[in-house]
Design a binder for this molecule. Structure first.
Ligand SMILES: Cc1ncc(COP(=O)(O)O)c(C=O)c1O
Length: 371
């Protein structure tokens, strides 16, 4: 009886909601009619056109990919083919380091700014001096959707020759196209989703063409492999999910904004934790993190768990703390070490009951005061 009560009472961290079968059905019917299942079919082209319209770009500038990790590897490989290093923040998701390895570059882990929590050109310039070999690329990562300063990175690329690839995995709503390509993940946890998938977007049409061919074995139009490539195409079925999801995007955005507002109001008089800058006001995403005044996220996770509330340090404690990446070369990571323990993901999903948010907030306040 007690267990059952705890179960009903539990608040999950995330419950993604993609379009339902009925909503995807019209798109699947089109696939059945076309008998075209992958290899840049009509649904994929529709998806690229619609995404292009959103960003004010022609379809050719939008490259669909089967997931964000391979998309990053492709963008890096197309921008920076010579052997050398890629700078990236240690404070990010592990997919970034896997992507750098796949691209043929070596990851060099950098610290982040204590103000923004992201890699800025200040840390990148310092890392250029410390890196033991030639730096060919840099991967700034947007922090769970928080807008990135594109201009400073364009300036950095222009001045240093180091090629920039933006990881905007969770940033569909804050993305701005630039010549350096940006990756937006369409994973099920993201605001706009195909289940699995990604977009590579650039204003550089030649680069877009090169990246598109790289998703398709490096084929030219006559099925001759003329360039580096792999198979990273998005199928018509994933495009169907994404097209259906686009129809609900505005509704989802409103739902998330409403829930962000509830958190914001609940935390407005509390000084122990605050939301990311502009979250729910200037921009929205599907990851709600609080920035804690004290770096005690590990303890708070356990305390939340005791109250049947699921929370998560989404990026763990930085790449260098993962066994696979602990030997990677790096700069001093003291800001990252502190920040990772100060950032905690709280329950946030499209139909999360508002009263659950009140419970999360009051629990956070109580356990922070106790800690
Ligand atoms: C910052 C960041 N980069 C890269 C990725 C990888 O994207 P995908 O899951 O589409 O491979 C993710 C995934 O969530 C991410 O959060």
């Amino acid at each position: 009886m007690h267990m059952a009560f705890r179960h009903i009472d539990a608040i999950a961290l995330m419950r993604p909601a993609l379009p339902k079968a009925d909503q995807i059905r019209p798109y699947i019917d089109r696939i059945d009619e076309n008998r075209w299942y992958t290899n840049h079919g009509p649904l994929l082209k529709d998806l690229e056109t619609k995404v292009g319209e959103r960003f004010g770009l022609p379809r050719d500038n939008i490259v669909t990919v089967c997931n964000g990790t391979l998309a990053l590897a492709i963008a890096l490989r197309c921008k920076a083919a010579q052997p050398g290093y890629c700078l990236l923040p240690s404070w990010t998701f592990v997919g970034c380091a896997h992507a750098v390895n796949l691209s043929g570059l070596k990851p060099f882990l950098c610290d982040v700014s204590p103000e923004t929590g992201t890699l800025t050109i200040k840390e990148a310039i310092a890392a250029l001096k410390e890196c033991p070999g030639p730096v060919r690329a840099v991967m700034p990562v947007n922090l769970f959707g928080q807008p990135i300063s594109i201009e400073e990175w364009e300036y950095f690329e222009h001045e240093t020759g180091v090629k920039v690839v933006f990881d905007c995995a969770a940033g569909f709503d804050t993305f701005h196209p630039s010549s350096p390509p940006g990756m937006i993940s369409l994973h099920a946890t993201k605001l706009f989703s195909a289940g699995e998938g990604a977009l590579l977007i650039t204003t550089d049409i030649d680069l877009a063409d090169q990246m598109r061919r790289a998703t398709n074995f490096g084929f030219s139009s006559n099925r001759v492999s003329e360039h580096w490539g792999i198979n990273a195409k998005m199928s018509e079925y994933s495009a169907a999910v994404a097209l259906a999801d686009l129809e609900f995007l505005q509704h989802k955005r409103q739902q998330f904004n409403e829930r962000a507002e509830r958190y914001r109001l609940g935390l407005s008089n509390f000084e122990g934790a605050y939301l990311q800058k502009g979250f729910g006001e200037d921009w929205i995403g599907t990851f709600l993190n609080v920035w804690l005044k004290k770096p005690n996220a590990c303890q708070l996770i356990d305390k939340f768990q005791a109250e049947s509330i699921e929370t998560r340090m989404w990026w763990g404690q930085g790449l260098h703390r993962h066994p696979e990446f602990k030997k990677l070369e790096r700069t001093d990571l003291s800001v990252t070490n502190d920040l990772a323990k100060s950032f905690l993901g709280l329950p946030f999903w499209v139909d999360l009951p508002l009263t659950d948010i009140d419970r999360v907030v009051s629990t956070l306040i109580n356990i922070t005061i106790e800690a």
